[in-house]
Design a protein around this ligand. Structure first.
Ligand code: GLU
Length: 386
């Protein structure tokens, strides 16, 4: 039989390195090897009990069938209320589309927006999936570099300079994965102004809005909702990564187009997870506060520990990642990640696919004990003590 010929589109697609390293760590664990995984960004806390109970109740009530493509109206109402209460934004439920994770919401958006050659401006370092999704949809990611010495802050002027005839959108992600940078109000306001001047869309991924320490989260849509597509979801705020619920809120024609794409792909996000997310969004905020305080302690511990080991690491204002400079390991980031996994048994993601050469990303969404052990193992590998 002749070999199966895959599409050119998929031949160009790079598999997700965050998920690949996580899978490798899980496989080593199954083989009985004690690996500390600081790879995929996933809160280690369990999903709060009242959310699980809502899922059980949904199943008991037979809410196990197809739902409207864009999600049940009750969930879209709960999202509209959340956007009003927490972000000061006014959206109608028909301007909201619920998807299988924030990833599908982003994927639908790029597929709905981009024709071949259309450009999307993306601050770098960026999350591994942004450029891949943009390219898969036929678009071209245009990176705006940001640096560790400036806390990975975005210079709006550098964004403006990259706008050209093919630009369709500017993508921002604050708090950011992988850098943890949180953009101040002024930066976000300027980005929306630049978009408005040139008739572009701002796509703002606000998935980490609640994981924020000494900074304040500002929603881009508060500076002009007609110019902005807001992406968010339940994964990080409520420790619901496996439930796969994300959403987009934005101009209705774009949301309608995204719904049409979803209707021809996944039909609807999981019905049970949708009902659980209603409980998450309308329940107590105690879990979010508890998680934030725990993440803050962990951030402080890991930043201090890595710097003491000579792996220079800026202090992030949000999310649960740090970007460590691995020059002291005298290897590039791919090789450093390999020896960290194989010799120190600590799984980290190389900076390569984040456009962060010379750095590795560590997720500190794990216990203080695990963080202490990871630092000890890395220290042993380097022959130093933190
Ligand atoms: N967004 C998380 C990360 O960067 C989860 C894994 C993924 O989807 O990339 O690790």
């Amino acid at each position: 039989m002749a070999p199966i010929q895959l599409s050119e589109r998929v031949r160009k697609l790079k598999p997700s390195s965050t998920l690949a390293v996580t899978a490798r760590a899980m496989q080593l664990r199954r083989e009985g090897i004690d690996v500390i995984s600081m790879a995929a960004g996933e809160p280690d806390f369990d999903t709060p009990e009242h959310i699980k109970q809502a899922a059980v109740q949904a199943m008991r009530e037979g809410k196990t069938k197809y739902t409207p493509v864009q999600g049940v109206p009750e969930l879209r109402e709960a999202i509209a209320e959340k956007l009003k209460r927490e972000n000061g934004l006014t959206y109608r439920p028909d301007q909201i589309s619920v998807s299988t994770g924030g990833k599908q919401a982003l994927f639908n958006a790029f597929m709905a927006l981009l024709d071949p050659g259309d450009e999307v401006i993306v601050p770098a370092p960026y999350w591994v999936s942004y450029p891949e999704m943009i390219s898969f949809a036929g678009g071209v990611p245009v990176a705006v570099p940001t640096g560790a010495s400036a806390g990975y802050q975005l210079d709006p002027q550098a964004v403006a300079e990259r706008v050209g005839p093919k630009t369709r959108a500017i993508l921002i992600n604050s708090p950011a994965n992988p850098t943890g940078a949180v953009y101040p109000e002024e930066t976000i306001r300027r980005v929306v102004e630049i978009a408005a001047q040139h008739g572009l869309l701002v796509i703002t991924d606000e998935m980490y809005e609640h994981i924020i320490y000494d900074a304040v989260h500002v929603s881009a849509a508060s500076f002009g909702a007609e110019q902005v597509l807001t992406i968010n979801g339940a994964s990080k705020a409520y420790a619901m990564t496996g439930w796969r619920i994300g959403y987009a809120a934005g101009p209705k024609p774009l949301i309608d187009a995204m719904n049409a794409i979803q209707g021809q792909s996944t039909s609807n996000p999981n019905s049970i997870a949708q009902w659980a997310t209603i409980a998450a969004l309308s329940g107590s905020a105690a879990f979010i506060q508890m998680a934030r305080e725990q993440f803050r302690l962990r951030r402080d511990r890991i930043v201090a520990g890595l710097n003491a080991l000579g792996l220079s690491t800026p202090t992030p204002d949000g999310a649960f990642y740090v970007m460590a400079d691995i020059s002291a390991l005298h290897r590039d980031e791919l090789e450093a990640s390999r020896i960290l996994l194989e010799q120190a048994r600590v799984a980290v993601v190389p900076g390569t696919d984040f456009a962060a050469p010379g750095r590795v990303r560590l997720s500190y969404a794990t216990s203080l004990e695990q963080i202490a052990s990871a630092l000890e193992r890395i220290g042993q590998l380097m022959g130093v003590t933190a």
